[in-house]
Design a protein around this ligand. Structure first.
Ligand code: HEM
Length: 215
């Protein structure tokens, strides 16, 4: 039997529609912004514009796609490659990896775009880039570290991992020796990003949910 879930696009559209239905349901249920279980000022409108909230949602959705694939590469694909018989390896290198890398690098670009929009809209972008040394705030300091770590990661994706993977996967021509070196470079950059992803995510959440414990 055919199902709407047979189509990837339809499934994503259904997810978006469900999001809208959920928001309408909440609007129907709630008669004020903040419920009894949330402290004053938390979770409510708080003057935050809807557009910024949608940008924050798009930022986290893109970030999950990006970091999800980074963790897939490190926790699933790379360890499996060592065990996959030689005749089956092309299934990964010719079909799975190029598609995964497409989503990986564009998700990284989208995450950076929405992240910079958020920091700009919040008017703390300069203090964040200065790691909070300008305003001495724990919030701008921690998000600053997160932004710098994430920017290093995005640089690695676009300028180290992708060009080297193109050689390693045979998307551009390279000698066997060049392919081996390229695969090693891409691997080390990917491992660097895996390491950075942990403090980066701590910092992303930390601006709103951790900085208060320090200041
Ligand atoms: C260079 C890339 C990035 C930049 C410039 C950036 C920027 C930001 C900024 C400015 C915020 C604070 C938004 C606000 O509440 O005002 C934020 C929050 C957040 N970011 Fe990023 N970010 C980047 C990468 C990532 C990545 C890769 C992820 C992975 C999922 C991520 C996940 C989050 C999450 C979960 C929040 C918390 C939202 C909240 O608590 O309301 N970010 N990011």
């Amino acid at each position: 039997m055919k199902s709407p879930f047979d189509s990837l696009q339809t499934t994503v559209v259904l997810g978006l529609v469900l999001t809208v239905v959920m928001v309408l349901a909440v609007m129907g249920i709630a008669d004020h912004g903040v419920g009894a279980s949330l402290p004053e000022g938390e979770g409510g409108g708080g003057g935050m514009s809807i557009a910024i909230f949608v940008a924050r949602w798009a930022h986290v959705v893109s970030g999950i796609m990006w970091i999800g694939l980074l963790w897939y590469f490190n926790f699933v694909q790379v360890p499996s490659m060592a065990e996959i018989p030689a005749e089956l390896k092309p299934a990964v290198s010719k079909f799975i990896a190029p598609r995964a890398l497409w989503w990986f690098r564009w998700a990284a670009a989208s995450t950076v775009l929405f992240g910079v929009i958020l920091a700009g809209a919040g008017r703390y972008i300069v203090d964040a880039f200065a790691l909070g040394l300008t305003d001495r705030g724990a919030d701008t300091s921690i998000i600053g570290f997160g932004i710098w770590f994430a920017l290093i990661m995005a640089f690695n994706v676009w300028f180290i991992i992708w060009p080297n993977q193109k050689k390693a996967l045979g998307i551009v021509t390279a000698t066997d020796d060049e392919k081996k070196k390229a695969a090693r470079m891409a691997f080390l950059a990917s491992r660097t990003n895996l390491m950075l992803s942990l403090p980066m995510l701590f910092a992303m959440l930390g601006m709103r949910h951790f900085a208060e414990f320090i200041s």
